[in-house]
Design a protein around this ligand. Structure first.
Ligand code: F6R
Length: 249
């Protein structure tokens, strides 16, 4: 496989935030975007990183400070082969932590991972993931975003992918899956780079090394998140431990 051509040099925003204020700040920015554009089309991840942001967002919605009623939430990724009741399912987690806790929920565009044809489900979701106003992403320890594992190209569409071993293990060891999935469906880097705005959320000291790889070394297939630097409006929201290995200034 040949590496994609060199990327145009573009800047990105980096916000380094104290651990205690990280989630509130990210939630505030999201509220702001929703107030500016109530019909926001936003792609959201699951995993442990965004959980406190969703809790903040729910609290603010309940206090009447923000509404997602006119927004559309597009699911970022889903394990293939996990049954609907599995606790690790991304759709279930997004519903549990955000959608179902809102008084006035947004339209939720989930990935149909229960049908007979995962390739067809991916193709359908590729259409749903076009025209995003905002793509919010977490960062995997191996540099993945969504399930765009190492080897992914910046022009990859939404598709069925083979999961990296670390992602398979995370399904059971970190997210409580009853069985180990080997594949997933993910919004592709092409759709993420097309979104009007892109946020990368990174917390914890264990992500410091990979965040440095993402931001300070040449982009490359070994680290799909590094391609996000091509995005014309990328903001990285890192807490202080995650940013601890970045060059100062
Ligand atoms: C999950 C997803 C993944 C995670 C990443 C980080 O929907 O898209 O790419 O964002 O693996 O996971 P956490 O936040 O659990 O460290």
């Amino acid at each position: 496989m040949t590496a994609p051509g060199p990327a145009p040099a573009r800047g990105y925003g980096l916000e380094v935030l104290p651990v205690g204020g990280w989630a509130a700040t990210v939630a505030s920015r999201l509220c702001h975007r929703l107030m500016e554009r109530p019909g926001l089309r936003v792609c959201l991840p699951t995993g442990d990183t965004p959980t406190p942001v969703y809790a903040e967002l729910v609290a603010r919605e309940r206090r009447g400070e923000v509404s997602l009623a006119h927004a559309t939430v597009v699911q970022l990724d889903e394990w293939a082969g996990l049954p609907p009741g599995d606790p690790a399912r991304c759709d279930a987690r997004l519903r549990r932590e955000l959608i179902d806790r809102l008084a006035a929920p947004p339209v939720f565009v989930s990935i149909d991972a229960d049908g007979p044809d995962d390739e067809a489900a991916a193709l359908a979701h590729d259409s749903a993931a076009r025209g995003l106003d905002l793509a919010v992403l977490g960062l995997g320890m191996n540099g993945h975003v969504g399930f765009n594992e190492p080897g992914s190209h910046p022009d990859d569409p939404t598709r069925l992918v083979r999961l990296a071993v670390s992602s398979r293990e995370a399904a059971t060891s970190r997210y409580g899956a009853d069985s180990t999935p080997t594949a997933g469906i993910t919004v592709g880097l092409a759709r993420l780079l097309e979104a009007e705005e892109c946020w990368l959320l990174v917390t914890g000291e264990r992500k410091a090394q990979v965040l440095r790889r993402v931001l300070e070394q040449p982009e490359g297939l070994d680290c799909p998140a590094s391609y996000l630097r091509r995005h014309p409006w990328l903001t990285v929201f890192a807490d202080e431990p995650a940013a601890s290995l970045l060059r100062k200034g």
